[in-house]
Design a binder for this molecule. Structure first.
Ligand code: GLU
Length: 411
């Protein structure tokens, strides 16, 4: 999928074939074995990866995910997307991604902590504050980043803050980082409505995923007056045509098992299937879970007129064609979910300077970058009569290609 997207844009911008061949491949791929002593005394060996796709525009940057479906190919695609994401919003990073194939829902906190520390040591030869800076992704969060920071710090014999972003606030994390991806999804959704002259108060939304991105996005959009009528997570989906009580759902997942919506009950709210959520009759659909959710098998049944990609890679290129023919506008992942890495950039800058900003400054700077980037992509898509993903890729790939041309091929 990632390669197909690159090929299409390469054709459109007449990309120099010598640059194209370089951009097709990650710079570096590392696969590691991660032995972990489990609580019951047996040893489990997990497989982990870290892929550095590009360092052409700056240090590699990207999250680490813990999921049973993690594969090297998936991590490679996610690392490519990070490269385009950092370029489209113009922050001085290349792209990377990491992952460990495991089921964190079946592991204790201590097992996850030991796995994180061992994985960190295994990828330590290639990460670093000026080389490759990990961050949270699916099923990882501030705690995980704190353990990574501590592990590297123990080896270096000093506190190393800039090794990872998305850390707890007390450990050099940034205010607003946890909410940043969801906030970015809110900003891009509102910007889209503004361009179309639509009032948020007349807008209905369905959100797939109630994790770090979906839950915050749903909360902030409902505070802007949008009606969130359906949300889901891996345990099921919930629907209320009058609008769900997002605050109540947030309260529920604070203490529920694995922070899932399973067992949530509220008058007027019914349970539906994940499929029904995707096909619900709403203005905006926000896929904020995993890749490959909107495919050629279900795209024709999607009623939403606008899709804002909170997740990475939720729409396949085949599905995108079907949506385009229907006139559905898709705000692509590299733009819509870039809020996370933008505030990661702020966190890294604060760590390096040892000077911390207040929340107003962080949110204002995030909004400025997101609105500028959105407007740039929007104008290009209007001018070139291409969809928003193509426009975003044209901007991103051109930026990376220009940087590569200026650096030249070493030696
Ligand atoms: N995992 C997030 C993403 O896919 C954030 C990456 C980062 O902050 O480096 O954009």
């Amino acid at each position: 999928m990632a390669l197909k997207q690159l090929d299409t844009v390469a054709q459109k911008i007449n990309l120099d074939p010598n640059i194209h061949t370089v951009l097709k491949k990650p710079e570096r791929e590392l696969t590691v074995s991660v032995p972990v002593l489990m609580d019951d005394g047996h040893t489990e060996v997990f497989t982990g990866h870290r892929v550095q796709y590009s360092s052409v525009r700056g240090p590699c940057k990207g999250g680490i995910r813990y999921h049973p479906d993690v594969t090297l190919d998936e991590v490679k695609a996610l690392a490519a997307w990070m490269t385009w994401k950092c370029a489209v919003v113009n922050i001085p990073y290349g792209g990377a991604k990491g992952g460990v194939r495991c089921d964190p829902f079946k592991m204790s906190t201590e097992e996850i902590r030991r796995m994180t520390r061992r994985y960190t040591v295994m990828i330590m030869p290639i990460i670093g504050g000026r080389r490759d800076i990990p961050a949270p992704d699916v099923n990882t969060g501030a705690d995980t980043m704190g353990w990574i920071m501590d592990t590297v710090s123990m080896f270096e014999g000093r506190t190393v803050l800039d090794i990872v972003t998305g850390k707890p606030i007390e450990l050099g994390g940034s205010l607003g980082r946890r909410e940043a991806t969801g906030r970015g999804v809110m900003i891009s959704s509102l910007q889209l409505l503004k361009k179309l002259g639509k009032d948020p108060k007349d807008t209905t939304i369905a959100v797939q995923g109630f994790g770090n991105v979906g839950s915050v996005g749903a909360d902030l959009l409902s505070k802007e007056g949008c009606k969130i009528i359906a949300v889901s997570d891996v345990s099921g989906a919930f629907y209320n045509p009058k609008g769900l009580d997002i605050l109540d759902m947030l309260k529920y997942v604070k203490t529920s098992k694995n922070h899932l919506l399973e067992g949530y009950k509220k008058d007027g709210t019914e349970q539906i299937s994940n499929e029904e959520l995707l096909f619900s009759d709403v203005d905006v659909l926000i896929p904020a879970a995993l890749e490959n959710q909107i495919t050629d098998k279900n795209a024709d049944k999607i009623k939403a007129k606008f899709i804002v990609e909170g997740a990475n890679g939720p729409t396949t290129p085949e599905a995108e064609k079907i949506l385009e023919d229907k006139g559905t506008i898709v705000i692509p992942d590299v733009l819509a979910n870039s809020g996370g890495v933008i505030v990661s950039y702020f966190e890294w800058v604060q760590d390096i300077q040892a000077f911390f900003w207040d929340l107003d400054q962080i949110n204002a700077s995030l909004e400025k970058i997101m609105i500028n980037s959105f407007d740039g992509v929007w104008s290009l898509s209007q001018k070139e009569k291409v969809d928003m993903r193509m426009a975003a890729y044209m901007i991103a790939v051109t930026k990376v290609a220009n940087a590569l041309r200026q650096r030249g091929i070493f030696p």
